[in-house]
Design a protein around this ligand. Structure first.
Ligand code: SF4
Ligand code: SF4
Length: 324
C-alpha cells in the first residue's frame, strides 16, 4: 500500500539515487565526451562508427552497404533511442521523471524547503495561498544550511557536469593541486552559476515553461490515454475535511481536488501522502491511476443522474476554488 512514509521515503531514495548516477556516469565512462582526446565513451568503450579500415577507397556495393549499415546502427539508431526516451517516459509515466528522478527538480524542492523555513513561504517573490504553515523554525540553523547549500551544491554540480567533457580524474587532480586548465575552470564556474541562479530565482518556472525533457513528457503524458496520473476517489469526496493539505503539499501549484489532468503535475504523490496524513493511513482520497477510467460508483452516478453525488462534487469544486 502507498502509505505516507513509503511515498516520501521512496521518492527521496530515487531522487538521491539519480543524483549519484549523474555523478557516476562519467566516472565509469558510461557516457562522456572527452574534449582532450575527442573520443565519445559509451558503456565503458570508445564509441566508433565501426567502419572497416580503408572503407573510403572501397567503392563496391558491399563496401557502400557496409558504410550505410554501420552509420545507421552506430549513428542514427542511438540518437533515435536517445530522442525517444522522454516522449516514451511521458506517454507511460506522465511527468514521473520530473517528480521522482530529475536532479534539478530535487534541487528546486530543497530550495523551496529552505525558503519556507527562512521566510515562511516557498517563493522568494511572495506568499501563495497554498504555502504550508510551519511552526517557528530555528532560522540561524536554516540560514547556515541555505548558505552551505548555495556554495557546495552548485560547485558539486559544476564538477559532476564538467566530468561529461573532461575526464573526472583530471578534474579532481586539478582541484587537489589547485591548478586549473581554462576548460575545467570555465565548466565548473559556468555550471555553478547556472545552478545557483536556477535554484534561487527560477525554480519550478523552469520545469513548467523551459525544460525540454519536461515539456516532452508534459505533451506526451497529456495526449496519452494510458499515462500515469493522480486521481481522487470521487465516490468518497464526502470524507474530505477541506484541510487543503493536498494543495499545500503541491510545490507545482496544482489543485489536485480538481481531479483533472494538469500538465504541471509531476506525479510526485505528495498530495496522496498529505491526504493519508489527514484521513489516516490507507484512507486518503488520492491514488495513482493509468488513463482516465472513472470509479464505477461515479460512472453509475453520472448515468443515473445521482444528484447527491453531483452536489458533493460541487462542494469539493467550490472548496478547491474551481469555477464550473
Ligand atoms: S498534484 Fe499531487 S502528484 Fe501532482 S505535483 Fe501536485 S502534489 Fe505532486
Ligand atoms: S482531499 Fe484530503 S488532503 Fe485534500 S483537503 Fe480533502 S482531506 Fe485534506
Amino acid at each position: 500500500m502507498m502509505t505516507e512514509k513509503f511515498l516520501k521515503r521512496s521518492r527521496r531514495v530515487t531522487q538521491v539515487g539519480f543524483i549519484l548516477l549523474i555523478f557516476l556516469i562519467p566516472v565509469f565512462d558510461i557516457l562522456r565526451y572527452d574534449t582532450a582526446t575527442k573520443e565519445l565513451f559509451l558503456l565503458g568503450r570508445v564509441w566508433t562508427l565501426g567502419l572497416k579500415a580503408g572503407f573510403i577507397t572501397d567503392h563496391s556495393l558491399t563496401g557502400s552497404l557496409h558504410v550505410a549499415v554501420q552509420f545507421f546502427l552506430n549513428a542514427v539508431l542511438p540518437w533515435l533511442v536517445v530522442l525517444a526516451i522522454f516522449p516514451l517516459a511521458g506517454y507511460i509515466g506522465g511527468r514521473f521523471f520530473c517528480g521522482w528522478l530529475c536532479p534539478e527538480g530535487t534541487l528546486f524542492e530543497l530550495s523551496d524547503y529552505l525558503t519556507l523555513k527562512l521566510l515562511g513561504r516557498r517563493s522568494l517573490y511572495g506568499k501563495k495561498p497554498n504555502d504550508p504553515e510551519l511552526s517557528r523554525p530555528n532560522r540561524f540553523i536554516f540560514g547556515m544550511l541555505a548558505l552551505l547549500s548555495m556554495i557546495v551544491i552548485p560547485l558539486l554540480g559544476g564538477i559532476a557536469l564538467t566530468g561529461y567533457f573532461v575526464a573526472p580524474r583530471t578534474i579532481w587532480h586539478q582541484i587537489l593541486t589547485w591548478n586549473f586548465t581554462f576548460g575545467v575552470k570555465a565548466g565548473i564556474i559556468g555550471v555553478s552559476i547556472y545552478i545557483l541562479i536556477g535554484s534561487i530565482f527560477v525554480r519550478h518556472v523552469f520545469c513548467k515553461f523551459v525544460c525540454a525533457p519536461g515539456l516532452m513528457q508534459m505533451l506526451f503524458g497529456w495526449a496519452s490515454p494510458v499515462s500515469l496520473r493522480i486521481k481522487m476517489d470521487t465516490s468518497r469526496i464526502a470524507e474530505c475535511t477541506d484541510c487543503r493539505g493536498c494543495e499545500k503539499a503541491c510545490f507545482m501549484n496544482v489543485l489536485p481536488r480538481k481531479n483533472k489532468r494538469d500538465i504541471s503535475c509531476v506525479n510526485c504523490g505528495a498530495c496522496i501522502a498529505a491526504c493519508h496524513r489527514e484521513l489516516g493511513e490507507g484512507k486518503g482520497l488520492f491514488h495513482f491511476q493509468r488513463g482516465e477510467k472513472q470509479s464505477p460508483l461515479v460512472q453509475e452516478a453520472a448515468t443515473n443522474g445521482d444528484t447527491h453525488r453531483t452536489r458533493q462534487k460541487g462542494a469539493i469544486d467550490d472548496a478547491a476554488g474551481i469555477k464550473a
